[in-house]
Design a protein around this ligand. Structure first.
Ligand code: NAD
Length: 256
């Protein structure tokens, strides 16, 4: 990478979980374009390989539900300057029918793995006197929707973890911020759109406008690249005072 005014992350090492797809893949590309060496982590090995190859990064195949795999990952990448906790999954079911094992899996991937990764990354960040933790939360870290108990619980927990990281990291030059998108056009959401279209017997455009974006003033899905651009900005020179906060990228949803 050549250096220049936009290469704010030259010399930095970034690790992006769930980097094979959607928002994570967009973050990997944007962080690499800003000069970072990017480690792309996903349980989808070929997906991680292909994103890493495209951005000049390094792929790691790891199931973040497995604490041993997280420990091996931390040992393989001991010096992380920018940690993007992004990997996630959804399960939609009424609370009284929600499968307990899916609930536990979602907490493991979306809360425990970020905790373990932050825990492992902080000593290096503290030694350097600089670090950026960006947690991809959701409007569902700030608001509830029916049938998403595990996801809403996990994202609210991630918001709390991020705040504690901000408080402890502040004396060491480490910031921690949640980026909280509304609906972004990625495979995670496309699967929900297809399922809702089948369930309600309406077409997919109507699902987007009338179901997903019912409470959202801007009736458009968000682009993963727009979320990634914010992540890069949060790692840049003008974001040092933005910590412990949650930044909604939500088309006005949380304003309603
Ligand atoms: P996506 O499904 O496109 O990508 C998620 C990635 O995480 C996939 O590559 C998947 O393989 C990986 N992953 C899932 N479980 C894993 C595990 N156990 N170990 C390792 N990797 C695993 O989804 P996305 O929409 O890009 O979502 C990324 C993040 O953004 C998630 O945390 C999601 O909750 C959050 N988010 C998404 C939206 C949206 O509308 N798409 C909105 C708000 C927040």
């Amino acid at each position: 990478m050549t250096s220049g005014p936009h290469h704010t992350l030259d010399g930095r090492t970034a690790l992006v979980t769930g980097g094979a797809s959607g928002i994570g893949a967009a973050c990997a590309a944007a962080l690499a374009a800003a000069g970072a060496k990017v480690h792309v982590v996903d349980r989808d090995g070929p997906g991680a390989e292909s994103v890493a190859a495209a951005v000049g990064g390094v792929a790691h195949t790891a199931d973040l539900a497995d604490p041993d795999a997280v420990a091996a990952l931390c040992a393989a990448v001991p010096e992380v300057d920018v940690l993007v906790n992004n990997a996630g999954l959804q399960h939609v079911a009424a609370l009284h029918e929600f499968p307990p094992e899916r609930f536990a899996l979602i907490q493991q991937v979306m809360v425990t793995a970020p905790f373990l990764l932050i825990r492992a990354a902080l000593p290096h960040m503290y030694a350097r006197g600089w670090g950026r933790v960006v947690n991809i939360s959701s409007v569902h870290g700030l608001r509830a929707s029916a049938f998403k108990s595990a996801y809403v619980t996990a994202k609210h927990a991630l918001e709390g973890l991020s705040k504690v990281t901000a408080v402890e990291g502040a004396p060491h030059g480490v910031t921690s911020v949640c980026v909280s998108p509304g609906y972004v056009g990625t495979p995670l959401v496309e699967a929900q759109i297809a399922a809702q279209a089948r369930e309600h017997g309406i077409d997919e455009d109507d699902v987007v406008e009338r179901v997903l974006l019912e409470r959202v003033p801007l009736k458009r899905l968000i682009a993963a690249e727009d979320v990634a651009a914010l992540v890069v900005w949060l790692c840049g020179p003008h974001a040092a005072h933005l910590t412990g906060a949650s930044v909604p990228v939500d088309g006005g949803w949380t304003a309603t």
